[in-house]
Design a protein around this ligand. Sequence first.
Ligand code: HEC
Length: 234
Amino acid sequence: MDSFELNKIAGAFLGTLLFAMWLSVISGGIFSHDKPAKPGYPLPAAQEVVEAGGGAAAPSIPPIGTRLSLADVKKGEVDTKPCQSCHNLEKGGGVKIGPPLFGIVTRPKGTVAGFEYSEAIKSKGGTWTYEELDAFLANPKAYAQGTKMAYAGEADPAKRADLIDYLHTLSDSPEPLPAAGSAPPPADSAAAPSPKLESPPPAKNEALPPAKIEAPPAKSSKGALAKAALKQAK
Ligand code: HEC
């Protein structure tokens, strides 16, 4: 093989390279694809699953009986620390900013002698059942509009159960805990993870993207037409 032969081969190779570069530059000009604002493409099914899961979870707070069966009385005791700045919890404790809470479970509402209750609590009537305590502590102001209890409430249903579990021990003869709605907890805990397990199906949706991928050429062919039109106009 002489050097002339080698030159021809090298030339052919470089020529091909140049042609490939030119092709990519030209095609880049013709088929401009705009970058998506977010990389990747949406998987609609995955979002639906999340929404369905969240939507289902919000309204289905397990009943207080179920939550009490899972409650942690020690955590509840710790969580009553803020209550104690206003309430005495021990037996025989007197009125502070709020009425004493010993024996609160099943105690008639607003009945501690020597404490000036708000109309909101006095007019409630009935006793402090587990359900009523749960509702009051979730959002005192919503439960009893005009209550004097300046406490924002405990939004976490599980923490509320811990609290109430501990409040229930503040008694000489603690009330029995309500029956844990037998079915709900296993059903719930089995149902909760399943929406997440369902997320793999989005793989099926990989069939969808072609629709998106086809879109840019349609756009850019318009662009090419416009360019051609411009050229003609010149
Ligand atoms: C800033 C003070 C304050 C804090 C903190 C507070 N409370 Fe109260 N609580 C009150 C007052 C005042 C009342 C009386 C409400 C009324 O008359 O409207 C009250 C009333 C109550 C009642 C009704 C008592 C009855 O005899 O009917 C319960 C139950 C109660 N509080 C529980 C709690 C628990 C549990 C906590 C803590 C998680 C807590 N409170 C935190 C001030 C407080």
